[in-house]
Design a protein around this ligand. Structure first.
Ligand SMILES: [Zn+2]
Length: 235
């Protein structure tokens, strides 16, 4: 076990750190203080798909410490006090400062959806130029309809993922003393590098890059707030 790894017995039993364990060529084994969590979506349908990509030695150390499967399983890909490239920022990121200070969580999700180009009753995801069906238009729980960065539909996250990401964020914030703070509602969807390079708390990839669609408009930010802050039920 590398010197900086969290001893296995300190990991909660709901974190699986053995199934998808990245080789040391896929991240930097360097312990860095953390003050930021960045949420991503995989643009894929399984955790294995990103693992297979990231473990390639030619991958250039692009990966995140955690991947959350559709069924809510949490995979640890490398020790969270280490780091890897996960933001791909070309500006405002000297020495990969933002990649180093953050813990990335990839949530398995196909990303934006489009109406079927053949006129079928499905919403499709990106493979074969948006010809692969993801859900039927009538399955309204499977997607959210919102205009965002050039798309009108985004695949929904599952309730199991919402619960798992919440649990993981709570654990990571405690463990690394990261403030459990979200961007203000008015700033959650925007890219503002001036602001987010100084932000400490929980943010999304789309906050750091204007061309990114993840974590996107389907994510329920409110699920990450402390329970006491949950909005009262409407009368
Ligand atoms: Zn991303």
């Amino acid at each position: 076990m590398p010197a900086m790894a969290i001893p296995h017995e300190e990991l909660p039993e709901w974190i699986d750190s053995s199934t998808f364990r990245l080789p040391e060529s896929s991240y930097f084994q360097q312990r860095v203080p953390k003050d930021l969590i960045v949420l991503h979506a995989t643009a894929s349908s399984t955790a294995r798909s990103v693992y297979e990509t990231w473990k390639n030695p030619a991958g250039g150390r692009v990966s995140t410490a955690y991947v959350v499967e559709r069924d809510g399983r949490v995979y640890q890909m490398f020790p969270p006090d280490c780091w890897a490239y996960h933001l791909g920022m070309r500006v405002r990121n000297p020495g990969h400062y933002n990649d180093r200070r953050s813990i990335g969580i990839e949530i398995v999700n196909p990303g934006p959806l489009r109406s079927d180009p053949e006129g079928g009753d499905t919403l499709n995801w990106w493979p074969e130029n948006f010809r692969r069906p993801w859900c039927r238009v009538s399955e309204e729980d499977a997607y959210v309809r919102r205009e965002y960065r050039g798309f009108k539909y985004y695949a929904a996250y599952t309730p199991e993922q919402e619960e798992a990401v919440r649990r993981l964020v709570v654990w990571l914030c405690r463990r690394f003393s990261i403030p459990r703070v979200l961007p203000h509602v008015s700033e959650r969807d925007v890219c503002d590098t001036d602001k987010f390079c100084r932000f400490r708390g929980i943010a999304a990839h789309h906050n750091f890059r204007p061309d990114k669609l993840d974590v996107g408009p389907a994510w329920n930010w409110e699920s990450l707030l402390p329970v006491a802050a949950v909005r009262p039920r409407a009368a």
